[in-house]
Ligand binder design. Structure first.
Ligand SMILES: Nc1ncnc2c1ncn2[C@@H]1O[C@H](COP(=O)(O)OP(=O)(O)OP(=O)(O)O)[C@@H](O)[C@H]1O
Ligand SMILES: [Mg+2]
Length: 1042
């Protein structure tokens, strides 16, 4: 044996040298003593029960094993669980974990470790966690109801359990299905010495509070119950009280309602109480023995709890009704029969309750049918059992183990070797023991022990366990694996261990002697119809539902299948299930018979390793290949490792595989190419391949990630761009639409206006607005008419001096009225003029001329207006002297008047007669009537007058005039207005020039060579009286007061 570095013994028995039984045992012992309880044979795990808690479990170890591959760390159950889970998740292969071994070898513990590992590494999340919890919590419930203390194991599974855990494609648990196999129900009523009934009874009595106990009508003391073994009520290291609490909470987690839990406990209590029903002999009148119930109170309580009259229950327990086609016969049962009936009822209630619990758990953890599932099955079935007195239960248990051994042989030893031959791989056959013959002995359809048993059960006539044994003896007298007293006698063998009512089977794991007593009964598994009918009548809902066949409507005369046949069928289904999955083996070994830690009994282990065929297993393993796979799936898995096969390979699968492994330059010894499969010798090579694949996957994942990210970004960008285009198109469209709308409405408005305008133009005449114009025109015309007609009728007098004129009735006529007024005035004037004689016209002309010259300028003018111009104020006609003077003159005298002449030098005044002719002004001395001065009108340069009422005026001479030498004249006339008017007209006529008339109070008067400045001051009279006084002011100034 080689001791590898850091290892205790060899971790994989494949490496064992020499390959013999002895070193194999020593290796296991060595490792066990160093607390290395796990050892491999290839991928098979050997687990030796340590009977102590080792510090190799828990989250820390789980974390460690999940990150490494199978052979990288020490052998461990976690490594196997990890391998199975990863293969399920990554290779999509359904898995089963077959845990085998004797009772107490550690199967149940192993199954729990596997489940807890898988629960820890599989997906997380609220939903997943609750599924996990439900799956894990099914264990304490099933253990409470299905496990019991036996001599071999304090927590022995008394039922077989196969649990399918179902996963989704990601490897997260979805739920599961539990299948249970044949509960050892005989334990309910009877236990071997040193053994206990099922845990739940003790847990209930220890853990239930007083209130619950009262409700269940129970007492805490276990000694009060016949069905509970009085001697062993406690198990070391097992706390029934806390376990009861754990069971209750587990049931709640799984989904049992409060009511359901209560009902389950009630039925459990009923079973206990049934055990206390004491039956006693009673005799009937006909002398036939009958039975009756002694303890009236007990049956009363049971009846109350069941919801059934105690009389009915008593009747069902103590009598039996036989029905024929015509009549019904009731027979009384004697005490033995009644006790049998009572125990049968208790066993049936309990085993049916157990089935109900399993079904109820399944209901909670079941997975919808639609989901695609991957399955991991965990098989924890009762271990191979050899008791002192082996009965029907041990027979089926051992049959089951035989079948499991067959699976192991088929799948590891037989199948493997056959496969090498099939695939054409050079192979030297390894011998092993094939237990097919034993399986056949038991299960053969016509000639198997189970078939014989069924035949006996169904056969009419007297049947008993001994007739059954006789049949076996007859049939298997020559069978190598069958023995009995009869066959031994035939061969003249003497064996005191073999009883008369026994037969022995040489199982793969050893010889087991079975006592045929009650084989027939147990196989029949019949419950008197009276009992099932009574149970069905009970009002307790759960109890009633456990006995559906009690319903008279359901009564069928067909026999239900026997227990053996049922078991055989379920084992067949199980086998089919296991064969369809990838097996992972855990072979549990019990190190000693005393459940002692640290004790390694070579004999005990030797037996187990031999019958488990470990040595053969190692041999096959060693010569063979650790891994094989069909070319197709292998290529599918590893083709990514070669550039020629990735991403596409068009050739055949085998060529593809050769290409892949060729490129990886694997050693040729490591590989073998079969007809359909490739074989890989050592796990190392497989791990190498896996590692390469992992690295390549990372690479590919990066490429996929890169491509995906690029694609996502591009897609996102394109989406954004599209969206942006859509948005901008919409925006622009909308903007244009709004603009267009505006333009359109504007155009329509303009159009409407234009059209309206045009239409209005054409139809204006019809419009009311036209009417208004017409009306207004009409009104205007009519008021104009009225105004004018009114004016016509009210014209003021035609007297031209009358300037009255009616006011315009409306302001609009104001201008017109003014013009009309002027027109009228002119017309009046014209009419007036037309009426005048030429003379009057001449007079008016003079007056007009006077007005032009003096109106508004001279204060005496207004008085002069009404006085006609006489012209002659000196009586020229009557004065011949003067007439004579004028005779030679040019034309008639225009003006003759006496004026005063003011001496320019001294201011003295002298009178003169002034005559004005058409061409001259003549000043005549009044006394001498001699012309003193004759002034030609053409030499008169201008006239100056004052603005006052006086008659003072100055005649300004032009310098070239003949009289100019005398200078200007300063004269005073009483008719100064008339005089100057006529003079002006005469000057105009004579010279065609206007005579300049200056109205001023300060003017200068030229003398011969000088000039005098005249200043006129208004006196108190204002010049009206014609008086004036002159005052010299300096040499050149003269102040005249008028
Ligand atoms: N890995 C382990 N570590 C510690 N103790 C263990 C281990 N495996 C088993 N045991 C101990 O051995 C006892 C028996 O184990 P278990 O109940 O699993 O046996 P079994 O093979 O299921 O037997 P049965 O066929 O009677 O049900 C356990 O109660 C436990 O005390
Ligand atoms: Mg177990």
């Amino acid at each position: 044996m080689t001791l590898l570095e850091g290892c205790v013994g060899v971790e994989d028995l494949v490496l064992l040298e020499p390959l013999e039984q002895e070193p194999l045992l020593r290796n296991l012992q060595l490792r066990y003593e160093k607390k290395e309880i796990y050892t491999y044979i290839g991928n098979v795990l050997i687990s030796v029960n340590p009977y102590q808690q080792l510090p190799i479990y828990g989250p820390e170890f789980i974390a460690k094993y999940r990150d490494y591959t199978f052979y990288e760390l020490k052998p461990h159950i976690y490594a196997l669980a990890n391998e199975a889970y990863q293969s399920l998740r990554d290779r999509d292969r359904d898995q089963c974990i077959l845990i085998t071994g004797e009772s107490g070898a550690g199967k149940t513990e192993a199954s729990k470790l596997v489940m807890s590992y898988v629960a820890a590494v599989c997906g997380k999340g609220e939903q997943v966690n609750s599924v996990k919890e439900q799956l894990l919590q099914s264990n304490p419930v099933l253990e409470a109801f299905g496990n019991a203390k036996t001599i071999r194991n304090n927590n022995s599974s008394r039922f077989g359990k196969y649990m399918d855990i179902e996963f989704d494609f990601k490897g997260s648990p979805l739920g599961g299905v539990i299948t249970n196999y044949l509960l050892e129900k005989s334990r309910v009523v009877k236990q071997l010495e040193g053994e206990r009934n099922f845990h739940i009874f003790y847990q209930l009595l220890a853990g239930a509070d007083a209130h619950l106990l009262k409700a269940l009508k129970l007492e805490r003391d276990t000694s009060g119950y016949t069905y509970l073994n009085q001697k062993v009520s406690r198990v070391d290291g097992m706390d029934d009280t806390s376990n009861f609490k754990a069971v209750q909470s587990a049931m709640t987690v799984i989904g049992f309602s409060e009511e359901e839990i209560q009902q389950v406990l009630e039925v459990t209590a009923l079973v206990l109480k049934l055990g206390n029903v004491e039956l006693a002999d009673e005799f009937q009148a006909n002398g036939i023995s009958a039975s009756g119930i002694q303890d009236g109170r007990g049956i009363q309580e049971i009846g109350e709890m069941m919801g059934l009259k105690s009389e009915e229950l008593e009747k069902a327990l103590c009598s039996r009704t036989m029905k024929t086609a015509k009549e019904k016969v009731v027979t009384a049962l004697n005490v033995i029969q009644a006790q049998y009936a009572r125990d049968a009822l208790a066993k049936n209630i309990y085993s049916r309750l157990f089935n109900w619990i399993v079904n109820r758990i399944n209901e909670s953890i079941k997975v919808g049918t639609g989901e695609k599932k991957k399955v991991m099955g965990v098989l924890d079935i009762y271990g191979f059992e050899i008791l002192e007195d082996n009965s029907f239960e041990q027979f089926v248990i051992n049959y089951c183990n035989e079948k499991l051994q067959q699976v192991f042989i088929e799948m590891t030893l037989k199948e493997e070797q056959e496969e090498y031959e099939r695939e054409g791989i050079p192979w030297t056959k390894v011998d092993y023991f094939d237990n097919g013959i034993i399986c056949n002995l038991i299960e053969h359809n016509q000639r198997g022990i189970l078939a014989m048993l069924d035949e006996e059960c169904l056969r009419p006539g007297v049947v008993s366990d001994s007739t059954f044994l006789a049949k076996l003896n007859q049939l298997f007298s020559k069978h190598n694996h069958y023995e009995s007293k009869v066959t031994q006698n035939a061969q003249h063998q003497y064996d005191h261990t073999m009883g008369l009512s026994s037969f022995r089977i040489c199982h793969y794991a050893g010889k087991v002697t079975y006592n045929v007593k009650s084989f027939i009964d147990k196989n029949n598994d019949l419950l008197f119809r009276d009992l099932s009918e009574a149970m069905w009548k009970a009002r307790h809902p759960l109890l009633r539902s456990l006995f559906p066949e009690g319903d008279p409507k359901q009564a069928s005369l067909k026999r239900p299948p026997t227990a053996g046949a049922q078991f055989k069928n379920s084992v067949a289904i199980l086998m089919k299930n296991l064969y369809s999955k990838n097996p992972n083996y855990i072979r549990c070994i019990k190190p000693n018979e005393h459940q002692q830690q640290g004790q390694f009994s070579s004999e005990v282990v030797d037996v187990q390793t031999r019958y488990l065929g470990l040595l053969e297993n190692v041999r096959v393993r060693r010569a063979g290949y650790a891994y094989r796979q069909r070319y197709g799936p292998f290529l599918e898995r590893y083709r990514l490792l070669s550039r020629s096969t990735w991403p596409r390979w068009n050739g055949g699968d085998r060529e593809g595989v050769e290409k892949v492994v060729g490129e990886l330059s694997l050693s040729s010894e490591e590989l073998a190419f079969g007809k359909m499969k490739i074989f890989i010798r050592s796990p190392k090579t497989l791990f190498f391949l896996e590692e390469q694949r992992r690295l390549r996957l990372q690479q590919l994942a990066t490429i996929i990630q890169k491509t995906y990210r690029g694609w996502r970004c591009r897609a996102h960008y394109q989406l954004m761009r599209k969206s942006q285009i859509v948005i901008s198109a919409w925006f622009r469209g909308n903007r244009q639409r709004i603009l267009y709308g505006k333009i359109k409405s504007s155009v329509l408005l303009i159009q409407a206006f234009v059209r309206g305008w045009k239409a209005r133009k054409d139809y204006r005449k019809y419009f009311r607005s036209g009417a208004a114009l017409t009306l207004s025109n009409f009104i205007y015309k009519s008021i104009t008419q009225k105004f004018l007609l009114g004016l016509k009728d009210n014209l003021p007098s035609t007297n031209i001096l009358d300037s009255t004129w009616p006011a315009a009735p409306y302001r609009c006529f104001h201008t017109a009225n003014q013009e009309l007024q002027q027109l009228f005035y002119r017309w009046k004037c014209k009419k007036f003029l037309d009426r005048l004689s030429p003379k009057q016209v001449e007079i008016l002309r003079e007056k007009v001329c006077a007005s032009e010259l003096f109106k508004g300028k001279k204060a005496s003018y207004p008085q002069s207006v009404p006085i006609p111009f006489h012209g002659d104020y000196i009586g020229l006609q009557g004065n011949p002297k003067l007439q004579k003077l004028t005779n030679g003159m040019d034309g008639p005298v225009l003006m003759a008047e006496t004026v005063k002449k003011v001496n320019r030098g001294n201011g003295k005044i002298s009178s003169r007669i002034l005559l004005l002719t058409k061409g001259h002004v003549i000043l005549i001395d009044t006394k001498k009537s001699q012309p003193k001065t004759v002034i030609g009108l053409d030499s008169v340069a201008g006239v100056s007058v004052t603005s006052f009422k006086d008659g003072l005026f100055s005649l300004h001479m032009s310098e070239i005039s003949s009289v100019g030498s005398k200078g200007d004249f300063l004269l005073v006339s009483e008719h100064v207005i008339e005089l100057l008017t006529r003079m002006s007209r005469a000057v105009l006529d004579a010279t065609q020039k206007q005579l300049p008339v200056t109205v001023t109070e300060n003017f200068s008067v030229r003398l011969k060579e000088s000039s005098v400045t005249i200043k006129v001051i208004q006196g108190p009279e204002g010049g009206r009286n014609g008086k004036l006084s002159c005052k010299k002011k300096g040499s050149r100034g003269l102040e005249v007061t008028v």
